[in-house]
Design a protein around this ligand. Structure first.
Ligand code: ATP
Ligand code: MG
Length: 560
């Protein structure tokens, strides 16, 4: 972790932890966990949870476990496990030896279920799913007890053992916690804790045909790992009584009962974070895959050039709250800019080139100019850029009839070519359709940057350029926001209708030769354009590809 990282501001979770450490509540232990289900790729919302859990452990001298909640045999795959591991590492965190899988606890979870049965706290229900639903009650009416609720302990133990032995088909029986069918909290109306599923599991193979449900597994996994603070998102608030009920019952056999603490999940404008919607975008081909730079996945973010430090800064900046709210995308983008401004070296690229010809400059001269690699970090030195008679400049750095406040090239005006001379524009050439072919100018020999008296001639405009004989070509992918509106799919509208049709534009740009050596994932600021990254999948030394990460300023102020 870079030493520039500041300690995060305080919040209600930090206050709880500080109190607990002061009162020695968990025997001085401080352990959190990040518990993803390996059924998809992690997104920006998960980054908040990861930075929060691992960040707290880091700041309080504790540990954070990475635990896969892999109780659902059908949906989980090794591919997701690997991708999640990569993403958490990329964010800069380390779980050391504390990598766990809920499936490693299947034997113990089974034993604990027998313990609950033996104490009359769980029973085998043999109603159909429909019957169970009918008896569930409603918000105003209590549920009804199952006709199987009063089975004897022996009968329950026998049936549960036979469920495990594979004697029954899927759905014939379930194991339910015996709590209260009249509870106002639905989670306490005898929740199902085990179901029969004849399906192969990615880690336990065919050993099991009964699988524990999330609420049952999660609290026990936390307790077995001696987690102190089990931090989760607000939708689990109503599950907390069940979390506590199960661990209270198992106290004599486990002897550890973490505190569940809920915080508001990240809701971010201009993206969708629901797994279902992300899958829709990938499967229907609206993006190029899970790592498409426009997708709010962490592998997409990485490919786009977002940085791990930017995500950590973002998490600290937005803080944690107990009530849901929306964070504007510009906050995340600004955090990325702040980090990139510090770490990204400057380079020159001309994205929309047109020729600039310096008519009074010798055709055979190659003149070295020195461009600083980073304006704030002089230790990063300078690099040479070669000035020649013919240059590439941006097409919009010339205007035949300048609008008000336009200080760049127009006939009669002077501008500085960055790191080189002041030039005076003399006019332009057009083709027969009126298309701009080349801009002409003369240079003022005594004005070279870095030489004494070079600033005696004033020029308001300051433009970047590349020599036409030395510049190289690169593919540049200009990414923008994936959706056009802050709340895609709001009010029941199809979220696909809100896609931004201009979220990616692929262009061929001119780049300075130093950029040919860009390593995959190296971040740069292209002067006057924004932050770019060498694409980690497609960029090659002989054929570089750059992705636009984010512009220099927030320009997302579009007229409707
Ligand atoms: P699912 O609907 O499949 O459960 P999920 O997004 O909750 O999807 P999990 O793998 O269960 O995915 O999430 C792992 C952890 O990340 C959980 O602790 C969850 O609370 C947290 N998390 C998920 N989405 C967000 C979010 N938007 N903001 C903060 N934390 C989140
Ligand atoms: Mg979840």
């Amino acid at each position: 972790m870079p030493d520039t990282e500041k300690t995060a501001p305080s919040n209600f979770i930090r206050a709880i932890i500080e109190d607990d450490l002061a009162s020695h509540k968990w025997s001085g232990r401080m352990a959190t966990r990040f518990p993803p289900e390996p059924n998809g790729y992690l997104h920006y919302g998960h980054a908040k949870s990861i930075c929060l859990n691992f960040g707290l452990a880091r700041d309080y001298g504790g540990i954070c476990h990475l635990r896969f909640d892999d109780t659902n045999p059908e949906k989980e795959e090794q591919e997701y496990v690997d991708a999640i591991i990569d993403a958490v590492r990329w964010l800069g965190f380390d779980w050391h030896e504390h990598l766990y899988f809920a499936s490693d606890y299947f034997d113990r979870l089974y034993e604990f279920a027998k313990y609950l049965i033996a104490h009359g706290w769980a029973y085998v229900d043999s109603q159909t799913a429909d019957e169970m639903r009918e008896r569930r009650g409603s918000h105003i009416e209590p549920g009804e007890d199952s006709p199987y609720r009063n089975r004897s302990v022996d009968e329950n133990l026998d049936l549960f053992r036979r469920m495990k032995a594979g004697e029954f088909a899927d759905g014939v029986h379930v194991l339910r916690a015996r709590i209260d069918m009249a509870s106002p909290n639905f989670n306490l109306r005898d929740p199902v804790i085990y179901r029969i599923r004849h399906a192969e599991h990615h880690r336990t193979g065919n050993k099991w045909c009964i699988y524990p449900l999330y609420d049952y597994t999660h609290c026990i996994s936390d307790a077995l790992e001696r987690i102190s603070h089990s931090i989760c998102t607000l939708e689990f608030e109503d599950h907390r009584p069940l979390y506590d009920w199960i661990l209270d019952r198992l106290q004599p056999v486990i002897g550890w009962h973490p505190q569940q603490i809920e915080f508001a999940r990240l809701n971010l404008t201009y993206v969708v974070l629901s797994k279902r919607k992300l899958i829709g975008l990938v499967e229907q081909g609206y993006v190029d895959g899970w790592d498409d730079p426009r997708l709010p996945t962490l592998i997409g973010a990485r490919r786009r050039g977002y940085t791990a430090a930017g995500f950590r800064l973002f998490t600290d900046r937005i803080g944690v709250a107990k009530a849901d709210s929306w964070i504007d995308m510009s906050v995340l983008e600004e955090c990325m800019r702040e980090d990139l401004n510090l770490v990204a070296e400057r380079r020159i690229a001309v994205l929309n080139p047109v020729r600039l010809i310096i008519d009074n400059y010798p055709a055979d001269r190659d003149e070295l100019c020195h461009a600083p690699n980073h304006p704030l970090k002089h230790e990063l030195g300078t690099r040479d850029v070669v000035l020649t008679r013919e240059l590439w400049i941006e097409r919009d750095d010339y205007m035949e009839s300048p609008s008000k406040g336009y200080f760049r090239l127009f006939p009669g005006n002077r501008v500085r070519l960055r790191y080189a001379y002041v030039v005076e524009c003399t006019g332009a050439e057009y083709d027969e359709h009126g298309g701009l072919i080349a801009v002409h100018c003369n240079y003022l020999p005594d004005t070279k940057s870095g030489t004494p008296g070079s600033d005696s001639v004033k020029a308001k405009g300051n433009i970047h350029w590349l020599s036409t004989t030395h510049a190289a070509d690169a593919e540049v992918r200009l990414y923008d926001r994936l959706f056009n509106v802050p709340h895609p799919g709001a009010d029941g509208r199809d979220y696909l209708l809100d896609l931004n049709p201009d979220s990616r534009q692929i262009i061929s740009a001119r780049i300075e030769p130093a950029l040919m050596q860009a390593a995959a994932e190296q971040n740069f600021q292209f002067e006057r354009h924004g932050y770019f990254v060498a694409d980690r999948v497609d960029s090659r030394p002989d054929k570089p590809v750059f992705n636009r990460t984010v512009g220099l300023k927030d320009t997302w102020v579009k007229s409707a």
